[in-house]
Structure formats: C-alpha cells, structure tokens
Design a protein around this ligand. Structure first.
Ligand SMILES: Nc1ncnc2c1ncn2[C@@H]1O[C@H](COP(=O)(O)OP(=O)(O)OP(=O)(O)O)[C@@H](O)[C@H]1O
Ligand SMILES: [Mg+2]
Length: 342
C-alpha cells in the first residue's frame, strides 16, 4: 500500500475503525472520539438505541427486542450500515461543523496492511456514508509506527506489532514501507476468550467476558515472582448459582499459552521472510508493541523471553494508529525524498 502524503495532508478526519474501539481525530480539534465499536438497536423499529460505551454496557443484559451489534471484526467493517450509523452518532455535531466549513471533506482511515479489495471498499463506503467525498487508506503497521514515534522512514529495520482485539499484525518496515509482514487472527479478545473457556472447562464457572480483568492482573504476577491468586466471580455451570474462584497466576499463564504461541509464530515467520540486513538491524532496535492488547500485563516479558529480542511498549499504544494518521494529516511526516537531505 503506497502512502500518498500529499493527499493525506488534504484530509481533515482520521479514523481508526477497530473491532474493539473506534477512534476519530479531527484536524485542529484532536481526538474527538475514542469509544467502543458497539451499537444497540431496537429490532422492532430498527431505531438506534445507543452507541459506544453505553451500548457496550448493554452487552449480555438485553431483552429480546434489543440487539447489540459490533459492526467491525477481524480488521474489517462487516456491517457497513451499522458502522455508518455508529460513526454518525459518535461524531455527531463535531463532524457536521467541520463539514460545513469544508464541503469537500476528505478522510483518512487505517486498514490492515493485507486488507482485501472487499475490506477496503467497506472502509471507503463507511466513511463515504458519513460525508467523506474522498477516502485515503493507510496500512495500520505504518500508521501505528509513525504514531509510536518509530523511525519508519529511515533505511533501517523497524519491527512493529499492532496488537488489536481480534487481529495482530506483525511487520518489519524500512524506508516508509512494509518489507515483511503477517496477520494472525489473535488479539486481546482471543486471549480473554481463552481465559473464559479455561474457567469453564477447569472450574465449571461461566465468566462474563468483561470480568477477565483480575485474570489480566494475575498475568503480571505470573511474569514476576508473586504468587497472589486472582479472585473471579461467575456462575456455576451445574447449579447456576454465583460462585467465586481463586485462580493461580501460573494457571492463568498456561491458559493463554495457545494464543501467545500463535503470536510468537507470527514473529518468527516475519523474521524468516526478512532480508538478513534488516534482521541484523533488529538486534539493536528490537520490536515495539502497539495496539490496546500491548497493555496485556506480561506480554512484553513473554515476547522478550521467547525471542531474545528487546521489546518496547509504545507510549499510549492503543491510540498509536490514529495518532500516526493525525501526524500525516498535519504534515508532520516528511516525504521520503526529503528525509535524507541535509
Ligand atoms: N490494560 C489492558 N490490559 C489488557 N488488555 C487490554 C488493556 N487495554 C486494552 N486491552 C485490550 O486491547 C484490545 C483493544 O485494543 P485496540 O483498541 O487496539 O483494538 P482495535 O483496534 O479495536 O481492534 P482491531 O485492531 O483488532 O480491529 C481489547 O481486546 C482489550 O481487551
Ligand atoms: Mg486496531
């Protein structure tokens, strides 16, 4: 995917439509939306009942006539109509004001680096539905790299992991473009699902997916030497009554071993496909984790242990992609031809 910096500078809106969260940056106004990508609709009337965090709180608590929908998954808009309604409701008056000032509204949106034509089309149509007359697509590893302050434009390797909710992209960039990359259908949500499944199988406890936070915290103790167990509340599979279970940190770590191994395999695949000169660069620079799931306690330690590379977590990893887009909109990223000039 070629980034057209001249076209990006003419955009006013930067959008990161994620499976877990939607982020919108408006030129001059900053980050105006950072909300869960969730919509609640009335199935009788088709009316929109809530979006964002209000809709997310309704998950698992709705009567039959209310449906909670996640219009984005696997890095792709799967329900264009709902995604448009969600964006329109989230951005509301903020975008309408920008629209009035600028009748030729242009938007930039980040998509997975290997997004197929259908996924690209879906992203473009979603933005067109909220008033964009032109939509520029940027691959997520590049925008996250720029947003994380990495030297992606230099003639040296930069390894980046974009750890989202449903997908993780692993990429090595050099001279502002991807040299070697892969995508795996694993992310924060996959890890949470693995924990929920483990509790169900081993402790006969049904855990609401939002209740995995204590287990995430236990992962931090598993990475260190502490042995404090995590207390979780759920419903007994057999009796249906509320029950509390204390889970050992080591057990939590083994429960997420499968998704972690998948991530490590992805890193190895990318390194294997990478030219040796770039792999040599990575000995010094290591890899940088971005995306919300980079905040998973112990993920960096685990990556460090298994790859032997240095692992850094970007500052504010969850917003790196939209911050990178915003930097391109603001003209903070110089064209490659000018980068090497003294
Ligand atoms: N502090 C944290 N600890 C553990 N996991 C976290 C933390 N903060 C966010 N996450 C996880 O990060 C994920 C959201 O990350 P992000 O916002 O980058 O996803 P997304 O961009 O919406 O998804 P995708 O890129 O897959 O479409 C969620 O699965 C969430 O559980
Ligand atoms: Mg994302």
């Amino acid at each position: 995917m070629t980034i057209r910096l001249d076209q990006l500078r003419r955009c006013t809106v930067a959008v990161d439509l994620g499976a877990a969260r939607t982020r919108v940056h408006l030129k001059q106004a900053g980050l105006v939306v950072d909300e869960p990508s969730v919509v609640a609709v009335n199935t009788y009337s088709g009316a929109l009942m809530a979006v964002g965090s209000v809709a997310e709180r309704m998950t698992g608590r709705t009567p039959a006539h209310i449906r909670v929908i996640r219009p984005v998954t696997g890095g792709m808009v799967v329900d264009i109509d709902m995604a448009q309604r969600m964006l329109r409701a989230m951005v509301g008056g903020k975008l309408r004001r920008a629209w009035r000032r600028r009748p030729m509204l242009r938007a930039a949106v980040c998509v997975p680096y290997d997004a197929d034509p259908l996924a690209r089309r879906a992203a473009v149509e979603t933005l067109a539905g909220v008033g964009a007359r032109r939509v520029e697509l940027v691959d997520a590893p590049t925008s996250a790299g720029i947003g994380g302050g990495l030297p992606v434009q230099r003639a040296e390797a930069t390894m980046i992991l974009v750890c989202g909710a449903t997908t993780t992209q692993v990429a090595v960039l050099s001279l502002g473009a991807i040299v070697s990359a892969t995508t795996v259908p694993l992310g924060g949500e996959t890890i949470s699902n693995a924990l929920v499944q483990h509790l169900r199988n081993e402790h006969e406890l049904i855990l609401p997916s939002q209740a995995v936070r204590p287990l995430h915290i236990a992962l931090a103790s598993a990475a260190g030497s502490s042995t404090t167990g995590a207390e979780v509340h759920g419903r007994d599979v057999v009796t249906g009554l509320a029950r509390t279970v204390v889970v050992d940190p080591a057990e939590v770590r083994s429960a997420i071993q499968a998704p972690l191994t998948g991530l490590l395999d992805a890193v190895r695949t990318v390194l294997h496909r990478c030219p040796p000169d770039l792999v040599a660069d990575l000995v010094d620079s290591g890899m940088t984790l971005t995306g919300g799931a980079a905040l998973l306690p112990g993920l960096d330690t685990s990556m460090r242990q298994h790859t032997g590379m240095s692992v850094h977590i970007a500052e504010e990893p969850a917003v790196c992609a939209v911050k990178g887009l915003a930097a391109m909109l603001d003209g903070a990223v110089r064209p490659l031809s000018l980068t090497g000039r003294r």
